[in-house]
Write a protein that binds this ligand. Structure first.
Ligand SMILES: NC(=O)c1ccc[n+]([C@@H]2O[C@H](COP(=O)([O-])OP(=O)(O)OC[C@H]3O[C@@H](n4cnc5c(N)ncnc54)[C@H](O)[C@@H]3O)[C@@H](O)[C@H]2O)c1
Length: 248
């Protein structure tokens, strides 16, 4: 796909990886719909990018997601691309045992991450695909997974969601190819954003050292990989690992 003049929706775009993707794709001439639950930040973020609009939406809310895509279609008359990037962390052990006491990960803690990181991807992917099929122009859907999709200590909820995101990427590649819609996923390693900045200092320092390159990745490096998926017309249904050879 030639990115120039295409309408690309990016969720979780107020900051971090999503914002870097917005800047990168806008530089290649795309019109960007930046979507985030944080309306103030996304409005400000959009104002710093040429040919961009900010939209408020909780990707885990079906009615909000349906209204969002209808609004974007109304504003731009077409939707060519989607990056499902919005995500949250609510780390914790499945069962914690200390001094004879058991404490369990609550269903709410598990479900909150599944709602945003998995159901949110499902809802936005479904709405984007519907609009792309209706327009008959094809399109590209990119889902942001994680190195944690293989299963990671303290991340039952996050790992499950991020593995599911890759499975959906493959399923959609099979179902949507006949409409000229491609999909792709990216599994980033540890990247310098506000999300990783929340990690305790010791864990943050260790994470950087886990790559043989001895550093974290940058949002720009993930944005480059997103752009590659958009531009390479024979790439579909696969996950690209951008993790500096880190293994967790
Ligand atoms: N930073 C990393 O090291 C890393 C590694 C692997 C994967 N990822 C994934 O990349 C994506 C972006 O990560 P980041 O580091 O930029 O995170 P971030 O926390 O810096 O930004 C996430 C953005 O998503 C928004 N958001 C959260 N919940 C939302 C919801 N329900 N609806 C709409 N927007 C919502 C937030 O407001 C925020 O602006 C996430 O899916 C994350 O899981 C990040």
């Amino acid at each position: 796909m030639d990115i120039n003049n295409k309408v690309i929706v990016i969720t979780g775009a107020a900051r971090g990886l999503g914002f870097a993707m917005a800047e990168y794709l806008a530089d290649k001439g795309a019109k960007i719909a930046l979507v985030d639950i944080d309306i103030e930040s996304v409005t400000h973020a959009a104002s710093t990018i040429t040919d961009a609009k900010g939209y408020s939406c909780n990707v885990a809310n079906e009615a909000e997601v349906e209204a969002l895509f209808n609004q974007i279609k109304e504003d731009y008359s077409r939707i060519d691309g989607l990056v499902n990037n919005a995500g949250i962390l609510r780390d914790g052990l499945l069962v914690k045992y200390r001094d004879g006491e058991i404490s369990k990960m609550s269903l709410e803690q598990f479900q909150s991450v599944i709602d945003v990181n998995l159901s949110g991807v499902f809802l936005c992917g479904r709405e984007a695909a519907s609009h792309m099929i209706e327009s008959g122009n094809g399109g590209v859907i990119v889902n942001i997974s994680s190195i944690s999709r293989a299963g990671n200590f303290g991340q039952t909820n996050y790992s499950a969601a991020k593995a599911g995101v890759v499975a959906m990427t493959t399923a959609w590649a099979q179902e949507l190819a006949k409409f000229n819609i491609r999909t792709g996923a990216i599994a980033p390693g540890f990247i310098e954003t506000e999300m990783t900045a929340q990690m305790p200092q010791k864990a943050y320092d260790m994470a950087a050292q886990m790559s043989p390159l001895k550093r974290m990745g940058t949002p720009y490096e993930i944005a480059q990989a997103v752009s590659f998926i958009f531009e390479n017309d024979f790439l579909s249904g696969r996950v690209i690992e951008v993790d500096g050879a880190t293994r967790i």
